[in-house]
Design a protein around this ligand. Structure first.
Ligand code: UDP
Length: 339
C-alpha cells in the first residue's frame, strides 16, 4: 500500500522516488549513484549548463530543464510526483558570485523558489537542500556548530542562506520539511564520478593537475594567514560520505541544518603534502596573493549529524580522499567525455 501523498516521512528501507536537481554536477552525480545503488528511483532534473551528461547515472531518467523556467519544473514535479526532492542545482563559485551577484540570486534563489512553488503545488513536503558553510561567513567560533550566526561574506553564501530562509517560511506556513546540509570542502570521487569543473578553482583537483603534468605548479593563495603554516585551513570531506548524509536525511524524520565535515582541518600546504605522498610526484607550488573572500579557517563541528542522522564518515582520512580523487583523475585526465 502506498502512503498518502501528504505523508511527510520517508521510512528507512522503503524505496523512494526522488526528484534530484543538479544530478550532472559533482556531488549530485555521486548522490544519484548511491541512491540508485540502494534501489531508489531517481529522476534527474538538470540544465547541463555546468555539469556533464556523462555524469548522470544511466539508471535514472534525465529531464533536461532549467529551474529558472517555472513551467518546466512545475510540469516535471506534477508528472513525477516524487516522495522527496534533493536539490543541488545552483551556481557555486564564490569568486564568480563576487563578480556577478545578480546571476547568483536569479539562479540560486529564483530557480530554488520555482522548485519550492512546484513542491507546494504538488504536495511534496520533503526537500534536502545542498547548503554550505559559506552561509556562516567569518565564524566567531571554531569548530563551527549549526547555531552560529549566519553572516555570509559573498553572494554565493548569501544566495544559499536566502533559500534556507524561504524554506523555513514554507515550513512554518505550509509544512514543508526542509533539511539544510551545510557542506564543508567536498573532495574525492567514486570509481565512476569525480570532480570536473571548467574552470577548476578547487584545491585538490588543481594540485592533481600538477601531478598529471597538465599545469607546472599549484598557486598557494596566501601564506600570511594567522594559522600555523600561514595557509588557509579547511575541512575536507569525502563526496561519498557527503552523499550518504543525503540518504540518511531522506530516511529519517528530520528537518533543519546539519554541518557536514570531518571536524579536522588541514592547511593548503598539508593538502599539497598529502597529494605528493599519494601520487609520488614532486608538486611544485608557488606562493601567490590571497584570494578575496577566503576565511583563514573553516572546520565543522559535525556532532549533530553524527548524533541525529547517525552519519559516520567512512573515508575521512585526507590521504584516502586524495587517493580516490587521484584514481579518478588518472582514469579521466581530461575530465568527462574527453578521456
Ligand atoms: N587554494 C589554493 N590554490 C588553488 C585553489 C585553492 O591555495 O589553486 C586555496 C584557497 O585559497 C582556499 C583553499 O585552498 O584557502 C580551499 O579552496 P577551495 O577553492 O578548494 O575551496 P573553498 O574553501 O574556497 O570552498
Amino acid at each position: 500500500m502506498s502512503l498518502p501523498r501528504q505523508w511527510p516521512i520517508c521510512y528507512k528501507n522503503e524505496l523512494m522516488k526522488i526528484l534530484l536537481t543538479g544530478g550532472s554536477g559533482y556531488i549530485g552525480s555521486v548522490t544519484t549513484e548511491l541512491l540508485c545503488d540502494d534501489g531508489h528511483e531517481v529522476v534527474v532534473f538538470d540544465n547541463l549548463e555546468r555539469g556533464h551528461r556523462e555524469a548522470v547515472d544511466p539508471r535514472t531518467r534525465l529531464v533536461v530543464g532549467d529551474l529558472r523556467d517555472p513551467h518546466a519544473i512545475r510540469d516535471t514535479m506534477q508528472e513525477v510526483m516524487p516522495d522527496a526532492v534533493v536539490h543541488f542545482a545552483a551556481y557555486a563559485l564564490v569568486g564568480e558570485s563576487m563578480q556577478e551577484p545578480a546571476k547568483y540570486f536569479v539562479n540560486n534563489i529564483g530557480g530554488g523558489v520555482h522548485l519550492l512553488d512546484a513542491m507546494v503545488n504538488t504536495g511534496v513536503k520533503k526537500i534536502i537542500f545542498s547548503s554550505t558553510c559559506a552561509t556562516y561567513g567569518e565564524p566567531e567560533e571554531m569548530p563551527m556548530h549549526e547555531d552560529l550566526p549566519q553572516r555570509p561574506t559573498n553572494p554565493y553564501g548569501e544566495s544559499k542562506l536566502m533559500f534556507e530562509t524561504a524554506l523555513r517560511w514554507e515550513q512554518q506556513r505550509r509544512g514543508i520539511q526542509p533539511v539544510f546540509l551545510r557542506y564543508f570542502n567536498a573532495a574525492g570521487a567514486t570509481e565512476k564520478y569525480g570532480e570536473d569543473h571548467e574552470p577548476e578553482t578547487h584545491l585538490i583537483p588543481n594540485v592533481l593537475k600538477v601531478a598529471l603534468g597538465q599545469t607546472p605548479f599549484v598557486p598557494v593563495f596566501g601564506d600570511d594567514y594567522d594559522t600555523p603554516d600561514g595557509t588557509c585551513i579547511r575541512d575536507y570531506i569525502h563526496v561519498v560520505d557527503l552523499a550518504r548524509a543525503h540518504i540518511l536525511a531522506l530516511e529519517k524524520d528530520v528537518t533543519g541544518p546539519f554541518n557536514l565535515g570531518t571536524g579536522t582541518g588541514f592547511s593548503v600546504q598539508e593538502v599539497i603534502e598529502a597529494c605528493r605522498k599519494v601520487t609520488g610526484h614532486d608538486i611544485p607550488m608557488k606562493m601567490s596573493p590571497r584570494r578575496p573572500g577566503d576565511p583563514p579557517r573553516l572546520v565543522a563541528a559535525a556532532d549533530k549529524a553524527r548524533r541525529v542522522l547517525e552519519w559516520n564518515p567512512r573515508r575521512a582520512q585526507l590521504e584516502t580522499i586524495v587517493a580516490d580523487a587521484w584514481a579518478w583523475h588518472q582514469a579521466h585526465p581530461q575530465g568527462y567525455g574527453r578521456a
